[in-house]
Design a protein around this ligand. Structure first.
Ligand code: ACO
Length: 428
């Protein structure tokens, strides 16, 4: 006999099942709440609401745990690669040797963009933000593959998945080439996933380009660290858009836009702006931390705080532990890293941040590393979306595999004007 939660309303008692997840998390199943009681729940920003059951990623925010399909992020980033983690997220298991080779081959095969699609870039202003360009081009992919858009056809979804994962680095690199006024390079499929991306970003037809293995491995690590993160804002967007049976390109395009905001993936760009401003204004870490405590939303300590992590963000610890090593290998000295470390130290000793359980999140150190790898700031969040892509698709596919899945459609508590008669314009 399962457990039940009791709810008493107007002298009547209702019982709702308590469900338990595989890691012991408990949830009250209120699926029949409105039908039985006539009431709805109100939970703005979904602080207490689970929107789905998922087998992709487990997060324990109190203990700072992140696992994909049961494997810890620490072990994955130490032993795996981005494409292998993508396979794991998408198909639930680590691939065998042959499966991995086939998967990598499939991704390589689809890296090129249709020539007509490339012409779309000409319509964007040079200074267009990479996130706007990437979301538009990803959305436009649906116009090039109209025969492969059925969200419940496994073969079509598999093909679209491979196309998306293969093409997003090309799409992202071209957004940079457009900004720079440099020619778009065709992918070179002898290179690795990340090596190919780096070449399309940084090479020109005039010079030989050698992929730096330190940069290659570091970018791969950063992509892995971003690969999935449960039901965050952009992932919830993917599921919600997908729930209307919109195709996967449309859903991912929406997710890229959701990620763009500074409270989400856009924070990695704002962290660097913040660190630059501190350097330029000659502020001490203490002065900036004090400013961040004013309740003014615009002066928050960017890269700090997380809805789920209340102890530490394991991704931030991994990035921080690599930061010095990477900078040393690249012979790069970073004033920004020094400021970041100082800010973190002061904030973690400050009662305001301790009481609110605010810790550095993944974005706090990722920008410093992106900068050291010569990734332009305008591209930071686009790199995040390259990393998050397999997670988005895995969650989108999971949504479609749920039996009886319905369109996502929250209710509301109406607080507006009551019914009133229409007033003709000359009487208003
Ligand atoms: N700096 C200063 N104060 C903060 C910060 C911060 N970075 N983050 C939260 N707070 C304060 C809030 O002012 C609030 O204080 P109050 O209780 O006195 O009003 C309290 O901490 C709780 O903050 P909320 O905004 O309610 O927390 P929520 O869980 O809704 O927001 C979020 C989480 C959006 C990440 C927030 O911490 C934030 O804005 N951080 C900075 C932006 C950032 O780094 N975003 C990246 C998130 S990770 C990611 O998406 C990859």
């Amino acid at each position: 006999m399962g457990e039940f939660a009791k709810l008493e309303v107007d002298g009547k008692t209702y019982e709702f099942p308590i469900l338990e997840g595989s890691e012991g998390e408990r949830a009250i199943d209120i699926g029949k709440l409105r039908e039985q009681t006539g009431l709805i729940t109100l939970d703005p920003a979904f602080k207490n609401t689970g929107s789905c059951a998922s087998a992709v990623t487990f997060i324990d925010g109190e203990r700072g745990i992140l696992r994909h399909r049961g494997y810890s992020i620490e072990e994955l980033t130490e032993k795996s690669t981005f494409l292998e983690v993508s396979y794991l997220l998408l198909y639930g298991e680590l691939p065998g040797k042959t499966e991995l080779e086939r998967w990598v081959e499939e991704i390589r095969y689809h890296t090129m963009l249709h020539e007509d699609l490339k012409r779309l870039y000409d319509g964007f202003p040079k200074a267009a933000h990479a996130m706007a360009v990437c979301s538009a081009i990803v959305s436009a992919l649906s116009t090039f593959y109209p025969m492969d858009l059925d969200p419940i056809d496994d073969d079509q979804v598999r093909l679209s998945t491979e196309r998306l994962i293969a093409k997003l680095p090309t799409i992202t690199a071209y957004s940079y080439k457009h900004l720079m006024g440099q020619p778009f390079l065709y992918p070179d499929n002898r290179l690795s996933y990340v090596g190919n991306f780096m070449r399309m970003m940084f090479a020109t037809p005039c010079e030989v380009y050698d992929v730096d293995p330190v940069v290659e491995r570091t970018l791969d690590l950063l992509l892995m660290l971003h690969a999935d993160h449960g039901q965050n804002c952009s992932t919830s967007t993917v599921r919600l858009v997908g729930s209307s049976r919109a195709n996967v390109f449309a859903s991912i395009s929406a997710a890229i836009n959701a990620l763009w905001g500074p409270r989400h993936g856009g924070a990695n760009q704002d962290v660097i702006r913040m660190l630059w401003a501190i350097e330029k204004e000659g502020l001490s870490a203490r002065q900036f931390v004090d400013r961040a405590k004013s309740r003014d939303d615009t002066s928050r300590l960017m890269g700090f705080g997380h809805r789920v992590y209340r102890n530490h963000d394991p991704r931030a610890l991994i990035i921080k532990s690599h930061a010095h090593e990477v900078l040393r290998s690249l012979r790069h000295t970073s004033k920004l890293l020094e400021i970041a470390i100082d800010l973190e130290r002061i904030a973690l000793e400050d009662d305001y941040f301790i009481e609110r359980k605010l810790f550095p999140n993944v974005d706090f150190y990722s920008g410093v590393i992106f900068e050291a790898l010569s990734i332009p700031m305008n591209l930071f969040t686009a790199l995040f979306s390259m990393g998050r892509l397999p997670g988005w698709i895995a969650q989108w596919v999971e949504y479609h595999s749920e039996p009886g899945n319905a369109i996502g459609r929250p209710r509301q508590l109406y607080m507006g004007a009551k019914h009133r008669p229409y007033v003709p314009i000359d009487q208003r």
